[in-house]
Write a protein that binds this ligand. Structure first.
Ligand SMILES: C[S@@+](CC[C@H](N)C(=O)[O-])C[C@H]1O[C@@H](n2cnc3c(N)ncnc32)[C@H](O)[C@@H]1O
Length: 290
């Protein structure tokens, strides 16, 4: 319990966080990941911090903060902490209208325009535990495998959280997650392994490379030019004034006729001179002019 005196001078017991200290943590998180935490989400930040501090043997927010600034040791600790401060919620086939846009509208046009020997390259931004990237692999496999001649594809899937990426690389999920995958894709894309887990088949797993890339620095990463960029449920965690800048960077990675797919409602009033918004009220996507 804080004493009356310590309350007067604004000191709190170790393990408590006043609003000034909260702002300091928000600034650190925002400068390193772009993710912003509004005051109403303070409990989320405090819970995440507490969980990691307990694991790492810290009880005082100030001491832990200084530890994070402590050279290489601090950087390693930051890599563990960031997983606790980011939201990883995801699922297979999360936004069907966006996937239908890719498969039914964009892919036929891309096939008609791209030279027959050109393979398609896609990027899943903020891929969390991998379900989004595997979904894209299932959709592209279906659309490109049926093309004449069949085309190859590759997917780069990135996230800032190493633990999330480890799950993604393993490509194994609880069996009940099968329900998220529409019937027509199941047979070709997933199988139950000997432990009863759902596993994405090797043929599709081989098409995806998972990498730890901070979206803030994505345009500095050695990413190739891309045909499809899928970025959903990530921008919403960034400060509004930063979202446009990030999208400008992603737009530079798109090849002519490439498609940028965002989460519906994640940004308003963003335009780009080389991109045209696709029609459709349930989707938010932009096509790079040819
Ligand atoms: C809510 S999940 C969305 C997962 C998936 N895109 C989907 O829509 O289902 C947000 C993901 O963004 C990642 N993320 C947050 N900040 C990031 C950053 N600066 N760079 C890359 N990934 C980031 C988080 O680690 C988390 O896995």
């Amino acid at each position: 319990m804080a004493t009356a005196l310590s309350q007067l001078i604004g000191e709190l017991e170790p393990g408590q966080m006043d609003d000034l200290a909260f702002q300091r943590w928000v600034r650190l998180l925002e400068s390193r990941t772009g993710v912003t935490v509004p005051l109403e989400r303070k409990p989320f930040l405090v819970t995440g911090l507490r969980r990691r501090m307990r694991e790492a043997g810290f009880s005082d927010f100030g001491v832990y903060y200084n530890e994070l600034l402590n050279g290489a040791r601090g950087q390693m600790e930051w890599a563990s902490l960031v997983d606790h401060l980011t939201v990883h919620e995801t699922r297979f086939f999360r936004h069907l209208p966006s996937l239908a846009l890719i498969q039914d509208q964009w892919l036929p046009g891309w096939l008609a325009k791209a030279p027959a020997d050109q393979s398609l390259h896609a990027l899943s931004v903020g891929c969390s535990t991998g379900e989004e990237a595997y979904t894209l692999a299932m959709v592209l496999d279906e659309g490109l495998g049926r093309a004449e001649p069949p085309r190859r594809f590759g997917i780069t899937a990135t996230d800032v959280s190493q633990p999330a990426l480890s799950v993604a690389r393993a490509g194994a999920y609880a069996a009940h997650r099968l329900e998220e995958i529409p019937e027509p894709y199941r047979g070709r894309a997933v199988e139950l392994d000997s432990t009863g887990n759902l596993r994405v088949v090797d043929r599709l797993r081989r098409r995806i490379g998972f990498a730890c890339v901070n979206l803030l620095h994505a345009t500095r990463a050695p990413l190739r030019q891309l045909d499809l960029i899928y970025c959903q449920n990530v921008l919403i965690y960034f400060a509004r004034d930063r979202r446009g800048e990030l999208l400008d960077g992603l737009a530079r990675l798109l090849r002519p006729n490439g498609l940028l797919v965002l989460g519906a409602g994640e940004i308003t009033a963003w335009t780009h001179p080389q991109l045209t918004r696709t029609s459709g009220r349930q989707t938010l996507a932009f096509l790079r002019n040819s």
